[in-house]
Design a protein around this ligand. Structure first.
Ligand code: COA
Ligand code: NAP
Length: 289
């Protein structure tokens, strides 16, 4: 886990054993924010391995371009890389237009773009709090609303919001990300209620600590790894396990599932502790990154 960057983790799986039918998502198109890296890169890969085409989007065009080439090569499906900042409505509207003119449809949205860092509330600037709320919560609304207006309200679809369990009990150094993700889970319920009659399902997927990701690196995975025994299933999760949760939620097996949260965390939120003795070493570790 002692990585100074997670860039090298964004590679496709060497060997993939299917659980679901390999053609499960044939003919579908998924629009995945944050799809150039980490968990959402693997979500794109596994959806594509089930014959879905994808659009992957984030701020760094070079990264989504490179990831898209890797994904197409590994899966034989099409992947359109696009640049956007989910905080900017004009970027979002333009990206949805480009995706629709390229593929003609968007069946699945994965709202995965997020920002996070460890910070005590007492030293968090007003702008630091606002920035995380803007990327996570407002970004999720912006994308959902634009895809709804331009496509899903007439065709239906599924929106999968990637949240987190931080706010279930409160967690130190996360006073920005906890509320941002809790608001996403609330938005999931509201949109599910309003848009269900148009054939749109809206669900949250809430991962626990996932190995080989930027999220775990930023939240001090290196230190927390020693404490893995506190997780009921005794390990961090894998990106593949989250991606397979997305395949389920996007598939007909979940046709009656909406307005709820699927937690995939090995039970960690039930037992995870707020160990205040770790706060200082965690912040020191982060300051060296
Ligand atoms: N501790 C405390 N405050 C921090 C911080 C940290 N580690 N990193 C950023 N901030 C503050 C900045 O100081 C700034 O506040 P200020 O204007 O009052 O000084 C505010 O947050 C915005 O920072 P900025 O760097 O301008 O934002 P950005 O929009 O360029 O980047 C971040 C957004 C900060 C979330 C950045 O970390 C990012 O791009 N993250 C994406 C990847 C990621 O977080 N992955 C994990 C997902 S779980
Ligand atoms: P990651 O690789 O850093 O993913 C975050 C992605 O969001 C990046 O691709 C980033 O790309 C993009 N992004 C950030 N700000 C953006 C913006 N303003 N506009 C557009 N794109 C933006 O981290 P990860 O760990 O895989 O996390 C993926 C998701 O899982 C996040 O929602 C995270 O909160 C959630 N999660 C992760 C864990 C974990 O253990 N890792 C646990 C719980 C929840 P650019 O920098 O190119 O924009």
């Amino acid at each position: 886990m002692a990585a100074s960057t997670t860039e090298d983790y964004d590679v496709c799986l060497d060997d993939y054993k299917y659980i679901f039918n390999p053609s499960l998502l044939k003919g579908k198109v998924a629009f995945i924010t944050g799809g150039g890296s980490g968990i959402c890169f693997t979500i794109a890969e596994i959806l594509m391995r089930h014959k879905c085409d994808t659009v992957i989007l984030s701020r760094k065009l070079e990264r989504v371009n490179k990831s898209s080439r890797r994904l197409e090569e590994a899966t034989g499906q099409r992947c359109l890389p696009l640049q956007l900042d989910v905080r900017k409505p004009q970027d979002v509207l333009t990206a949805v237009d480009k995706a629709l003119s390229h593929f003609g449809r968007i069946d699945i949205v994965v709202n995965g773009a997020a920002g996070n860092f460890l910070c005590p509330a007492e030293s968090m600037s007003f702008n630091a709090f606002k920035t995380v709320i803007e990327i996570d919560t407002i970004g999720t609304f912006n994308i959902s609303k634009a895809v709804y207006d331009k496509y899903m309200k007439h065709h239906g679809g599924v929106i999968i919001n990637i949240s987190a369990t931080l706010a279930y009990r409160g967690q130190m150094l996360q006073a920005h990300a906890g509320p941002a993700k809790a608001a996403i889970d609330a938005l999931t319920k509201h949109l599910a209620v309003e848009w269900g009659h148009q054939g749109i399902r809206v669900v949250s997927l809430s991962p626990g600590p996932i190995e080989k990701t930027e999220g775990i690196r930023r939240l001090g995975g290196e230190l927390e790894e020693a404490r893995v025994t506190s997780i009921p299933l005794q390990r961090f999760g894998t990106k593949k396990e989250i991606a397979e949760g997305v395949v389920y939620l996007a598939s007909p097996a979940a046709n009656f599932v909406t307005g709820t949260v699927l937690v995939i965390d090995g039970g960690s939120w039930l037992t995870g502790t707020n160990d205040f003795s770790l706060a200082k070493p965690l912040l020191e570790l982060m300051s060296k990154m």
